[in-house]
Write a protein that binds this ligand. Sequence first.
Ligand code: CTP
Length: 416
Amino acid sequence: MSATSDRTGADAPRVVLGVSGGIAAYKACELLRRFTESGHRVTAVPTAAALHFVGEATWAALSGRPAATETWEDVHEVPHVRIGQQADLVVVAPATADLIAKAAHGLADDLLTNTLLTARCPVVIAPAMHTEMWEHPATRENVATLRRRGVIVLEPAVGRLTGKDTGKGRLPEPTAIFEACRAVLRRGGAVPSDLAGRHVVVSAGGTREPLDPVRYLGNRSSGKQGYALAATAAARGARVTLVSANAELPDPAGVDVVHVSTALELREAALEAARDADAVVMAAAVADFRPAEYVTGKIKKVEGVEPAPVALVRNPDVLAELSAHRTRSGQLVVGFAAETDDVLAYGRAKLARKGCDLLVVNEVGDGKAFGTDVNEAVVLGSDGSETAVPVGPKEVLADVVWDLVVKRLETVGNRP
Ligand code: CTP
């Protein structure tokens, strides 16, 4: 299918891209492009202020349709009602503090704010503003109000802001916003906000255990499954802390990412984040052993001398520790297991040994699971349940895990 026919296909998802007046408006062009190139029908709704940064012609050219700003343009088509009603997804990027305040209070003085009031589809808001504005109690309360209503408000990124200052408030990268929106649309447009009010912790990637300043013991985990878990949880309304070990992936939008490297660092970050968490999912491949000794200078080869064997010591088992010391009543702990054979039998034994509530068992080897975009698994429950997840995107497996977590939180009486 050509890009043009994608764009005009009657069953293509309809996305409204709201753009409010911030310097990051230029980044919304890239987001728009990603949507249209992947077959979405996009209507751009820039605010009057946004047009100071990027003109109407750019929005119209990139979306292939007119971009309206005010409610009295094309009044006979009642755009202020129609655009919102017909959308499968509304995403506002960048969303200024002013736009967020208007959305929280139901103000409707232009086409974008009218659209937000008439939309019955999922709404994703990607804020961009200075750190002081993001941290102001007024903005905090407005964001909390929107999240309570099921609006997905992404966490801004940390980095360079307009001018010379840096801090939290940067628009998340267009790729990250796009992936967050896709996760929302993947669930048929009807994303449950069933993790709203929850704090979940996800570990991802693979730890590296240093031997000397240039060498380490590592593993082949890419972190993709853990990142998919974090992104889908954020799309379902959770506050997410992602403890990421050496994953070379962009930070998912709307997620607080703590970067670590070794198993000991991961343990510390995971235990700290888990203190007030409703659920902890250990998707990281944590090294079971680390070199007993760290050599501060690079180990050199010496002609004619055999290298000394590397002595290893055990790392703490973070999953077992989290399971044994729950920091909140009704807190759920989920583990992952990678097995090459006798997958279910080893999985059951591991579930019992680690004391977790759910164990996602993957079969690995022969190119399965590591580094790929798809996964196949069985999720074992401590209640004896078994949920098979056929081969599919890692986001699909992630959503199955969250479905089971949500159900279990209800069963154990853990309310948000
Ligand atoms: N895990 C952990 N801490 C460790 C090792 C593993 O928290 N030191 C967690 C992983 O994040 C994963 C689960 O435990 O959720 C399963 O890891 P795996 O290495 O497969 O389990 P092991 O108990 O090490 O079993 P095996 O004997 O197969 O190595």
